[in-house]
Design a protein around this ligand. Structure first.
Ligand SMILES: Nc1ncnc2c1ncn2[C@@H]1O[C@H](COP(=O)(O)OP(=O)(O)OP(=O)(O)O)[C@@H](O)[C@H]1O
Length: 230
């Protein structure tokens, strides 16, 4: 069991972002954290993954194998996708699961620099690297973002398969894809704390409004996240 224990976080002298978060993450489970932009989801995931040290509190039981997919995948690399995958496979002493690229519908040139790949294809390379190890802790920050519909469905399958294989999965999502993951435990981050969401039942509603009204829509009761179409 991975335990996030009383985690508080503030950056420098800025406001407190996390206010004593407690979270138990069991092997074989998928935990989804939803919440408005800037509420602290990425901060929580970075702390859970061990990339960021919390101001107060600790994370116990983190396994040796942690696979972290950041929200902004570093797609401006001069390295080719093939070299990138080989590099991480070598570090982690794991075979490159190139078949995942096919499953995700990667349509680029593996020998092209990552910087020249489309955002979607670069994301698929990042996911292939991340899912190279599924025996430990998978921390995925907005992994569905930037993917086409077919790849989103494949990613949901990959998440389920990893959990079924015993991985502990912690994921954020604003696309609504995570709501369709069977058996996932869903939390919503509010005021620096995570609250369980019993039945998310998310539906996507397209609203046409002025850009000034977007913030007001985001504050309406029952709205989990807002995404601008343009
Ligand atoms: N490295 C940093 N230095 C200073 N402030 C930061 C840093 N990273 C995040 N923050 C601030 O902490 C708050 C929470 O940010 P965080 O990225 O964790 O939220 P989020 O819920 O993941 O938002 P989004 O979905 O927009 O990425 C924000 O106010 C953000 O500006």
């Amino acid at each position: 069991m991975i335990t996030v224990d009383g985690v508080w976080m503030r950056y420098g002298r800025g406001p407190m972002v996390l206010w004593g978060v407690d979270l138990d993450l069991a092997p074989g489970s998928v935990t989804v954290v939803l919440g408005e932009n800037g509420c602290g989801k990425s901060t929580l995931l970075r702390i859970a993954a061990g990339v960021t040290v919390p101001s107060i509190g600790t994370v116990r039981g983190r396994p040796a194998s942690v696979s972290y997919l950041p929200e902004r995948f570093p797609d401006q690399l001069r390295l080719s996708a093939r070299a990138y995958l080989r590099h991480f496979a070598r570090i982690r002493r794991l075979p490159t699961r190139v078949e995942l690229l096919d499953r995700l519908g990667f349509a680029g040139d593996l020998d092209q620099p990552m910087a020249e790949l489309s955002k979607g294809n670069a994301q698929k390379v990042g996911l292939t690297q991340t899912f190279g190890a599924i025996d430990g802790f998978l921390v995925l920050d907005e992994p569905w973002a930037g993917l086409d519909v077919a790849a989103r469905a494949v990613l949901s399958d990959l998440v389920r398969e990893a959990a079924d294989a015993g991985a502990t999965v912690l994921v954020t999502d604003h696309t609504g894809a995570a709501a369709k993951l069977p058996g996932a435990t869903v939390y919503r981050m509010v005021d620096g704390l995570v609250q369980p969401v019993e039945d998310v039942g998310l539906v996507e509603v397209v609203v046409t409004c002025t850009s000034e009204a977007v913030d007001q829509v985001a504050k309406l009761p029952g709205v989990h996240s807002v995404r601008r179409a343009t």
